[in-house]
Design a protein around this ligand. Sequence first.
Ligand code: HEM
Length: 221
Amino acid sequence: MQKTLTLFDTTLGKKAALALSGLVLYGFVIAHMLGNLQVFLGPETFNAYAAGIKGLPALLWTERIVVGSAVIVHLSMMIALYQRSAAARPVAYHRVTSAATSYASATMKFTGPMLLCYLVFHILHFTAPGLALGEYEHSHTDVYGNFVNAFQLPWVTLVYCTANLFLGLHLYHGAWSLLQTLGLSHPRYNALRAAVSRTIALGITAGNVAMPLGVMFGIID
Ligand code: HEM
């Protein structure tokens, strides 16, 4: 018996799922950055914010399930689309793609796996089990202390800053493709699309990089 074709079996359906899961992850990254920026307001505010989230387990676990599912969907759609395009082209041929398109897709292929590695490291480091990589004990209540202690190590600061620069590139191309999927691909709008994508990606990168650098330069201590 022949299997019924669902929307997810089509390239368009997979691209839509990739875009939608990307949008969810975008929302998480912005909310996470805005929450974390409260570290500049001092230990009381930041620890109260972290305790507030942990005090709402239903909200925390809903967020974890939604974000975790979005990561799984995003990855599996990416792999499926990649396999589909490779299968459709068993023998490599010279494709006529613009330099910008091949640069963007090469960037996504490189930054995507890098970000996955960063995410695993980051969760092991700050959340579960919470790895103290320097001369301190990880605390489950003093999140501010973990933060300040973690970025005393220059290599940790370097890893976070580098990963967040890659995240910025990924978000730039992600926003560009997302706006295209939403139908905003027209020579008349392309400059605006690039400007919007660049502004959002730069804002998120600046916010994320400011935190480890803030510790390094003694602004957060
Ligand atoms: C320099 C940038 C970042 C800093 C300083 C940072 C900081 C933190 C801290 C302190 C926690 C633990 C919070 C707690 O124990 O209450 C955390 C958790 C987490 N971070 Fe980040 N983060 C950064 C960037 C990112 C990025 C870019 C992502 C995703 C791409 C991310 C994903 C997560 C996730 C998934 C968790 C676990 C949340 C949970 O417990 O459900 N973080 N982060």
